[in-house]
Design a binder for this molecule. Structure first.
Ligand code: GAR
Length: 206
């Protein structure tokens, strides 16, 4: 099986869906470790309960951004991942991580990119009056939510939605989208042609 390292910052419901999925051997991957930029978040508790190795690499424990990036890269590398999955990881990845696993880092975002990138996608979609939003699974590049799109799913906005109610409905769709997309990547590979990512093509080789 391929080795996934999952990066988290929060409650971990998307990570939980991945843990459930990889329990089936046919999925083709296992979660080698869960790495967080914050201590004491729900995602870490879930991972520990599932007896998955965890690590916390907090920016506040390092003198500057670059040193944190390098420590994060070293920590991730110690788990020897084939694929990195950001599941509610709320920081930008720097060059030390991006250059070590080029084209092998997946992120999920609660909006239909390129609309509403950034840390407040659900709030921004509501404030922008969007009638349809959703979620996007993409490869990570050096921009903020600008990487090649792998998969998207739409969610209708309701007139009485709050940020919380809308995010809850997005996450319900998002969990399945992440599991499906990562599963296809693991089993069938993907290709990249410029900015166009295609799933289910001959296996991606370094
Ligand atoms: C998900 O909706 C994910 O798309 C979002 O955080 C949530 C994580 O939920 N990520 C971002 O906004 C990244 N910019 P979870 O902690 O319950 O899995």
């Amino acid at each position: 099986p391929q080795r996934l390292v999952v990066l988290v910052s929060g409650t971990g419901s998307v990570m939980q869906a991945l843990l459930d999925a990889v329990a089936d051997e046919a999925f083709g991957a296992r979660v080698a470790a869960v790495v967080s930029d914050r201590a004491e978040v729900g995602a870490l508790a879930i991972a520990e309960e599932a007896r998955i190795p965890t690590a916390v690499v907090r920016p506040g424990d390092f003198p500057d951004r670059r040193t944190w990036d390098e420590a994060l890269a070293r920590t991730i590398a110690s788990f020897d991942p084939d694929l990195l999955v950001c599941a509610g990881f709320m920081r930008l990845l720097g060059a030390p991580v991006l250059s070590r696993w080029p084209g092998r880092i997946v992120n999920t975002h609660p909006a239909l990119l390129p609309s509403y990138p950034g840390a407040h996608a659900v709030r921004d979609a509501l404030a922008g009056g969007a009638k349809v939003t959703g979620c996007t699974v993409m490869l990570v590049d050096e921009g903020v939510d600008t990487g090649p799109i792998l998969a998207q799913a739409a969610v209708d906005v309701r007139d009485n939605d709050t940020e919380e109610s809308l995010h809850t409905r997005i996450k319900a769709i998002e969990r399945g989208l992440v599991v499906n997309t990562v599963g296809r990547m693991v089993r069938d590979g993907w290709t990249l042609n410029g900015r166009v990512a295609t799933l289910g093509q001959p296996r991606h080789e370094d």
